[in-house]
Design a protein around this ligand. Structure first.
Ligand SMILES: *Cc1c(COP(=O)(O)O)cnc(C)c1O
Length: 358
């Protein structure tokens, strides 16, 4: 066991020294001018990570799911007709959010190892008078980067609004909000942006946020949070330490070259891990390497080896890997490369995995 733990799960991430040092934050009341400056700076910079026309950001206290739920349940009216396009846990979770709220929706579910089918989405849009399409950009369940451009195209021609869970892609993958016709997307501080858990957010066009008035939850009311943040005062006590950390994490994100630079660094890291583990006889869950995200890889568990054994072996050298979810729990392990880590850490990881007793 080494002192330094390296988190190879898809968030929370291994923190840089500067982000860690920022975590306590200043002693600050959220009704002070200095807080408003912190909040304004974060919202402005988040709106610019993936540039687009007329964007604004709403901060949400809570994990990524809080931002997704605030977006979905505020933007889709109770009598709206939503089509959820899902190929993993997180897509299916978006449908569950609407169902909890009492809004029926249709789910177009692809097998988790398969891509989304834009032609099937077009058919689904034709069949029902769909107002909103909900989907996931990077489906963390499998490490697949879904083809949002194709889905967006289909939504645009049908006049449906596209709402995206970009929780594990925001800040590291191409996300062309205007070009792909994304109305709003939700994400979090503690994945590709390298902050700590506690603050999540929705980035969307102002006209979309202006109409996102349909929340039945008081806390997850996106429109109310947005108008009050615009006025400088958040409705409820915000996660100030997480915001202080995100402020520094956004400096580092810009220094790293924004989403493109961070995505390039992730690709280099993932190539190293994929090449190394495949050379040791591991195989990838997804057949199509072009479909893989930059930040995460799902590997099939070696025959006769359960996740717990792989986890304990990795952890004995300070590396934390991630299990599969639901039906994939007994089949895969996942390795994410987000966070403050370097290629030498990953070389050490690959070497150590070569010594996994089989
Ligand atoms: C991590 C993640 C979430 C949110 O998970 P939390 O545990 O609430 O932070 C949502 N969607 C995707 C695709 C994710 O990877």
């Amino acid at each position: 066991m080494t002192d330094r733990r390296i988190l190879l799960n898809p968030g929370p991430v291994t923190l840089s020294a500067a982000v860690r040092a920022a975590v306590p934050g200043p002693d600050l009341c959220h009704r002070e001018e200095r807080f408003t400056q912190l909040q304004d700076g974060i919202r402005r910079r988040l709106s610019a990570v993936h540039p687009g026309q007329d964007l604004s950001t709403v901060l949400v206290g809570g994990s990524g799911t809080a931002a997704v739920e605030a977006m979905v349940t505020s933007a889709v009216p109770p009598d709206g007709r939503a089509l959820v396009v899902a190929n993993g846990v997180y897509g299916e979770r978006m449908a569950a959010m609407l169902e909890r709220r009492g809004t029926p929706c249709t789910t177009l579910a692809a097998p988790w190892t398969e891509p989304l089918d834009p032609a099937a989405v077009a058919e689904g849009l034709d069949a029902a008078d769909v107002t909103h399409v909900l989907t996931v950009h990077h489906e963390t369940t499998t490490g697949r980067l879904n083809d949002l451009a194709a889905i967006g195209e289909v939504c645009r021609s049908a006049g449906a609004e596209l709402l995206v869970d970009a929780v594990s892609s925001f800040g590291a993958e191409q996300l062309d909000l205007d070009g792909w016709g994304v109305a709003a997307c939700a994400a979090t501080a503690n994945k590709c942006l390298h902050g700590i858990p506690g603050v999540s957010f929705v980035v969307g066009r102002r006209d979309v946020l202006d109409r996102a008035t349909h929340a039945t939850s008081l806390y997850l009311d996106l429109h109310r949070a947005w108008t009050q943040q615009e006025a400088g005062t958040p409705p409820f006590t915000p996660p100030i330490p997480a915001m202080a950390a995100l402020d520094v994490a956004l400096d580092e994100h810009a220094e790293a070259g924004g989403w493109a630079g961070r995505g390039r660094a992730y690709r280099e890291r993932s190539d190293l891990v994929r090449g190394g583990l495949v050379a040791q006889g591991c195989s990838l869950l997804l057949d199509d390497p072009a479909a893989l995200s930059s930040s995460l890889t799902a590997f099939r568990l070696p025959r006769g080896v359960d996740f717990d054994r792989v986890y304990r072996h990795a952890e004995s050298a300070g590396f934390v890997i991630y299990a599969g979810q639901a039906a994939l729990m007994d089949q895969i392990f996942r390795v994410a490369v987000m966070g403050d880590l370097g290629l030498t850490d990953l070389e050490r990881f690959v070497d150590h995995m070569g010594a996994l007793p089989r």
